[in-house]
Ligand binder design. Structure first.
Ligand SMILES: *Cc1c(COP(=O)(O)O)cnc(C)c1O
Length: 464
């Protein structure tokens, strides 16, 4: 076989124009946005890689399903189709729709959270952590040791550290209400979790008689990695692997904005009817009646159809190939990028990319700004601006573990040539990296500062 280029396994029937901007315009736009990419208007972005959440392109079948949406308050057939899709793919009989993933988490921790509970996860996603902590519980992350090395080729860097989990369960007997695992591990770079690791978690949960829930946002991408990398899985259908993963669990939370390729939606699902009824009692107060949750009938339809499309192997092969293509091309050019490629994003190691900038000058944020300036691509800093802490004694700022820039790839939205453009723009920034200045925070809100802070570039850190 010749080495064929990646082709998108779809044709495009509806297009959305992209407005091209010049570098001069972008320099002015950055100034007007106080050097915070969250303040840009999306119309001023050429390729928007801020997130893969809710930004995917729906298929013609999803749009057709939208038109079939039945907006009855109770007993809508759209709920029937949604419920059936979740039951069939995940194997959970109790299905509770929510408006997005965090609403499902809020209900889950309303039941399982609270002080003095401790909730272990491979890595909590930020909304999961926020919901657990808001309930009064302590959220603990137990990522596997292999995840610390950003360049090692370990196949399942999303795994949970089972020894650490066992120790937490022993040390907090009676206070761990459930164990969660996030697939793929978003906070850990979109890296997968193996079936073997999930079996290990199940065993520990059985030993301590506590439920096991999966944060299922990227379940299909995780199943694809299992098929490629785990012993004995390569010939099995994705749907069978998905069922194996969820057969190990008692329930899950899901954001349909990820692997349901919908623009909004989520759900909570489980096996236990009594637990589900408790979830539903909470659902009616904050989300809505149990047959629509926080969604319109048309959204339920789009999610049901999307769940059936996301497990198609042609789609998953293309998605993984497209992300791997960018990662390998950048790596070949000597650009520091997290490897192996994860399932939904490309992560640049900004600490090494801009190794002349100390963390106090926020290399990740500086790099994200330069990538926008160079080519109108919007990425997201995942470094000290977003995740930095404070020293408990001195109150001084402390750095994040890594200074990363995430290029999240929306599903089915951009083409191979868009990815080629991304490679060239990042390379152009890399070639002039030595002259890139650092960043100073001018104003900062007390929480979630990356969303609202303002920044300046002048003077500080200019090295060439
Ligand atoms: C996006 C996400 C969530 C939260 O889902 P929303 O739909 O954004 O509320 C939870 N966990 C993970 C791993 C996610 O990626």
């Amino acid at each position: 076989m010749p080495n064929l280029p990646i082709i998108e396994p779809f044709r495009i029937k509806s297009v959305e124009p992209i407005r091209m901007t010049t570098r001069e315009e972008r320099a002015d736009l950055l100034t007007a946005a106080s050097n915070n990419l969250f303040f840009l208007k999306s119309a001023d972005v050429i390729i928007d890689l801020l997130t893969d959440s809710g930004t995917g392109a729906m298929s013609s079948e999803q749009w057709a399903a939208v038109m079939r949406g039945d907006e009855s308050y109770a007993g809508s057939p759209s709920f029937g189709r949604f419920e059936a899709a979740v039951q069939e793919i995940f194997g959970f009989q109790e299905v509770i729709p929510t408006h997005q993933g965090r609403a499902a988490e809020h209900i889950l921790f309303g039941v399982f959270g609270g002080s003095p509970h401790v909730i272990p996860n491979n890595s909590h996603f930020d909304t999961t952590r926020a919901n657990a902590e808001q309930s009064g519980a302590i959220a603990l992350d137990h990522p596997c040791k292999e995840s610390e090395d950003t360049c090692s080729a370990y196949p399942f860097k999303g795994n949970m550290d089972l020894k650490a989990l066992a120790a937490t369960l022993e040390a907090n007997k009676g206070n761990v209400p459930l164990v969660m695992v996030t697939i793929t591990n978003n906070a850990g770079g979109g890296q997968p979790v193996s079936l073997e690791n999930m079996r290990g978690i199940r065993e520990l949960c059985d030993k301590h008689e506590i439920p096991f829930f999966i944060d299922a946002c990227r379940f299909a991408e995780n199943a694809w990695f299992i098929k490629q990398r785990e012993h004995g899985q390569s010939e099995r259908p994705i749907r069978a692997i998905v069922r194996d993963m969820f057969d190990l669990a008692d329930g899950c939370t899901m954001s349909a904005k990820k692997d349901a390729i919908a623009n909004i939606g989520g759900f909570l699902a489980c096996r236990d009817k009594e637990l589900a009824d408790e979830f539903r009692r909470r659902l009616v107060v904050t989300e809505g009646f149990p047959t629509y949750g926080g969604l319109a009938g048309r959204d339920l339809e789009a999610v049901a159809q999307g769940l059936n499309e996301v497990v198609e192997e042609d789609y998953l092969n293309y998605r993984a190939a497209s992300i791997r293509y960018v990662v390998e091309a950048l790596h070949e050019r000597g650009i520091p990028v997290l490897r192996p490629a994860g399932g939904h994003a490309i992560f640049l190691d900004a600490g090494r990319f801009l190794d002349h900038l100390p963390w106090q000058q926020y290399p990740g944020h500086a790099l994200a700004l330069e990538i926008y300036l160079e080519g109108g691509i919007r990425a997201c800093e995942i470094g000290t601006v977003m995740l930095g802490g404070k020293d408990a004694l001195t109150g001084e700022e402390t750095p994040a573990h890594h200074e990363l820039v995430r290029l999240a790839i929306p599903r089915r939205t951009y083409t191979q040539s868009h990815m080629d453009y991304v490679i060239e723009i990042v390379d152009a920034v890399y070639k002039r990296r030595a002259s890139i200045a650092g960043v100073t925070i001018e104003t900062s809100p007390p929480v979630l500062r990356h969303f609202g802070a303002t920044f300046s570039r002048s003077g500080v850190g200019v090295t060439a």
